[in-house]
Design a binder for this molecule. Sequence first.
Ligand SMILES: NC(=O)c1ccc[n+]([C@@H]2O[C@H](COP(=O)([O-])OP(=O)(O)OC[C@H]3O[C@@H](n4cnc5c(N)ncnc54)[C@H](O)[C@@H]3O)[C@@H](O)[C@H]2O)c1
Ligand SMILES: [Fe+2]
Length: 363
Amino acid sequence: AKLCEHISRLDVDKVLIVTDKPLVELGIVAKAADVLTAQGVEVIIYDGVLPDPTFDLVEAGLSLQQQRQCDCVLAIGGGSAIDTAKTIAAAATNGANARAMVGYFKAKVLPLPLFAIPTTSGTGSEVTFGAVISDATTHEKFIVGDSKIVPKAVALDPELITGLPPAITAATGMDALTHAVEACLSSWASPQNDAYAEMAVKMIFKNLPIAYANGADIEAREQMSIAAYYAGLAINGAAVGNVHAIAHQLGAWYGTPHGLANALVMPEVLRFSKDVAEARLAQLADLLELGKRSDSTSIKADNFINAVAQLNQTFDIGDKLDAIEDKDITAIAERAVKEGAGYPVPKLMDQQECEEIIRALCA
Ligand SMILES: NC(=O)c1ccc[n+]([C@@H]2O[C@H](COP(=O)([O-])OP(=O)(O)OC[C@H]3O[C@@H](n4cnc5c(N)ncnc54)[C@H](O)[C@@H]3O)[C@@H](O)[C@H]2O)c1
Ligand SMILES: [Fe+2]
């Protein structure tokens, strides 16, 4: 409510709310829309967002924005709604072409004022420079990266997240953990990125199992919202790594939800990276007070990797992805190796190493 009151005090006539149908049905969108309407702001709702949004979805929202001349965008939802809203807001003032926003710093003109109310605690998209949009035909994921698309203000309201089902709670929370861990291992990480990432790791290990077991635990939900936000701040500087490079392809090929794909891939990539990342992984084990202080760094690193795998067991995610087909592995690995080479990873994967990581996930 506070964020909506803030928006209504700005020089804004028509707000485009970008969201999805389940959130409209749950009544979450009405809570925000009613406050705006009561303050005399016209509200237009685009509820066509689907998980892993495509350019077509962005274009549909964009044409509604153009038709109705909306001068502000409010995202209500998970990463999919926020990424769609970011791209609409940027394209609206930059030639109304969503695909032209792909790449880095493509928005020459300031986007429409953008605000966000996240309803998952995962992507951190409410604070990151990025939006991920897919091609409906090739399923390839494209990044729109620009500091100008970060929302101007965000409401982290744990009350809205209490109804998030356990499986989505777990998957989205593991996405946030992946951001934090990949940021910790990144060669670009600044001390500030490290501080946010480490706080997020600690908060997620403590609170995600509670939020998974009892979605109504408002304290755990609030801590997870803040942790996902911190992890998003961490990847703004430190970027992501090989876990995301592989997970993006699994999402593209099989529609595996982003967080679930990260959760499954993370232990394998950490095992692969251990020889060069052992010291950092051992620090994370110390942070979580795993094992004994006197353990060797190798044992501590293993303890951390096993703790991540254990979380997957707790959340019934397991360690295999049935969808993977042998015939696809070469092509999936080719794209993942290419994407991974663009990230500040502790250890680059070659084609064979990447294929081995993917094979380890096969049932
Ligand atoms: N921009 C970034 O920095 C960034 C980072 C990581 C991932 N991503 C992208 O974000 C997308 C994934 O976002 P996500 O993981 O938040 O999931 P999502 O937005 O796709 O939502 C997943 C499902 O949860 C439902 N849902 C959301 N909130 C709910 C609530 N409070 N109660 C009940 N149901 C609810 C949605 O309706 C949807 O069906 C992917 O496209 C991914 O590539 C973006
Ligand atoms: Fe992610």
